[in-house]
Design a protein around this ligand. Structure first.
Ligand code: HEM
Length: 226
């Protein structure tokens, strides 16, 4: 018990908790992206996928509660880490990494993280807590279920732009997050660091572009569908 307390109170303990919860969130982001890309297969395939997911309830509730707990732990422990760093360094503070120049993405971490938190709350009200057969699901006079909800959202250019902005924040956050994970668990050295940096950069870029392609695709395909 005492060891667990010591671990949690230490800076490295907190960093490892943030890194591990961050990795679990990345796994969710990748899985969610794979599911969302089914939209390219059309309304039937996308709605079938949503129906199959819904069919996993009540088990899915446990996964969702687990995901929410992981997400809250990630935010709360990051906040504790920031406070601990501020206390340790009254004049300015550094949270991620202790030496050398901090990259642009590193300095942006608290801002991209906060933006993502706001985005996720909005996103849940946008797509999850909504009547999936109501007025927002209607296309050409018919209900297209969840496909229609997503489609109608991204037809609005402001809505789409806000999503793309959120995906860019996600990209910056992930890019640094992956690198930070490797650093926290001591996987970085002279040989591995350039490779880890490249992996972080390209995975973040692929995830950002793949997610952003959905609003862009909807926006440009809408006139054709009409
Ligand atoms: C173009 C981008 C995205 C699209 C089209 C999209 C689509 C959706 C849809 C349709 C749902 C509702 C699923 C349902 O109720 O059956 C959903 C839920 C959700 N999305 Fe996204 N999403 C996107 C990006 C993101 C990102 C970047 C994150 C996280 C950083 C995210 C996190 C979530 C979460 C946490 C839920 C709730 C999951 C659940 O209730 O089980 N989404 N998304």
């Amino acid at each position: 018990m005492c060891n667990l307390n010591q671990y949690f109170n230490s800076s490295i303990g907190k960093k490892q908790i943030v890194a591990t919860t961050g990795l679990l969130l990345i796994l969710f982001v990748v899985g969610h992206l794979a599911g969302n890309l089914i939209i390219y297969l059309g309304p039937e395939a996308f709605n079938n996928y949503a129906k199959k997911l819904a069919g996993l309830r009540p088990g899915l509730y446990f996964v969702e509660v687990g995901l929410a707990l992981v997400f809250l732990t990630h935010i709360l422990v990051t906040a504790l880490l920031i406070i601990q760093n501020i206390k340790a360094r009254p004049v300015g503070y550094r949270v991620y990494g202790d030496s050398g120049e901090r990259s642009f993405a590193t300095r942006l971490m608290p801002y991209t993280g906060t933006f993502l938190l706001i985005f996720i709350i909005w996103h849940l009200f946008d797509f999850t807590f909504i009547d999936k057969h109501g007025s927002r699901s209607m296309l050409m006079g018919h209900s297209y279920g969840l496909f229609g909800v997503v489609y109608n959202s991204f037809v609005d250019p402001i809505h789409s732009l806000l999503y793309i902005l959120a995906m860019c924040c996600l990209g910056f956050h992930l890019g640094h997050g992956i690198e930070s994970f490797a650093q926290t668990f001591g996987c970085t050295n002279l040989t591995s660091t350039p490779l880890i940096k490249r992996i972080s950069y390209y995975s973040a870029l692929i995830i950002t572009v793949a997610y952003s392609s959905i609003p862009v695709y909807v926006f440009f395909s809408y006139p054709i569908l009409k």
